[in-house]
Structures are given as structure tokens and as C-alpha cells.
Design a protein. Sequence first.
Length: 180
Amino acid sequence: MLFWLFVGLVLAGSALAYGLLVYLPRVRLQRAVTRPFPAHWQSLLQQQLPLYQRLPVALRDELQQKIKVFLHQKTFVGCDGLEVSDDMRVLIAAQACVLLLNRPTSDYGDLEWIYLYPGEFRSKIPERDHTGVISHASGSLAGVSWENGRVVLAWDSVRHGMLRDNDGYNVVLHEFAHQL
């Protein structure tokens, strides 16, 4: 009798774990994806992201879907007192998701965290170069992409790359390309 009670508890626990770890996240993602793209977001992209205006309608639709997935799955953290607004999140997500257009994947795999500084920052993590020498970055950075699921960006550099899309400098595209 005690054996069957134990088996029942294990099965119930397994079902609960499956529901919490697999089923519920899928349901939440599906809800996020099926919601309409907010009109405010579309207006924001049209006003602040010149690239968005030039995309064909089909690619805009695809980009909107990828933005919704990205925003559902990624966590943004403000650093040095920066408050990360929804507008900032949407603008960064849009640029990052441009790299996913016409690709079978809708996300950046292991990437979980986007840290956002108000301006250039110094890396506190030592880096190893191609010869194996470990050093600390000595200059200021506009962005950095790590293999452990993190991207760090300077908001002023994000805005520069977004608004001046013809100078070849876009820190979001550069750092998120490392994540692919």
C-alpha cells in the first residue's frame, strides 16, 4: 500500500513539474505571440527606427512576431541607475530581431539577460585573447556580448546606431550578431 502511495506521489509530482516547467511556459509564450502587436510599438518603430520604415510589409509582420517572442523571453536590467522603459526594450528587441528575419529560429538560444547602461561602461569581467592572455578591458565600451547568456549595451550608443542607420555603426546589431 505504501509503495503505491509513493508511486502515486512521484507521478503527481512529475505531472506538476512538467506542467510548471514545460506546459505553462509554452502557454504563456503562445499567449504573448497571439496578442496583437501594440499600436504604440508600431508607432514607436516608425518614428524612431528608420530601418523599420523601409522593410516590406511581410518582413515587418515577421519582425513584429519575433519582437513579441524576444520580449517575452528576455530580461532587461538597468545599470548605473538607468530605468529601462518599455520603449527601450521594444527598440532594442526590434534591432536584435532584424538579424533573425528570414531565419527559421525566433530567438537567441541561451541569451537571457540584456544589461543596459546609460552610457559607455567598463567591463568588470576579464577577457582571454586568442593567445590565452587574460586581461581587463582598459577602455570604455559601447557593448559587449558574452557566451553565458548576457549582452551589455550602452543606451546612448544604442540610440546613435538606431537613428543614424547609414554610418555603419550599430552596437545592437554588432553585439547580437555574436549571439547567433
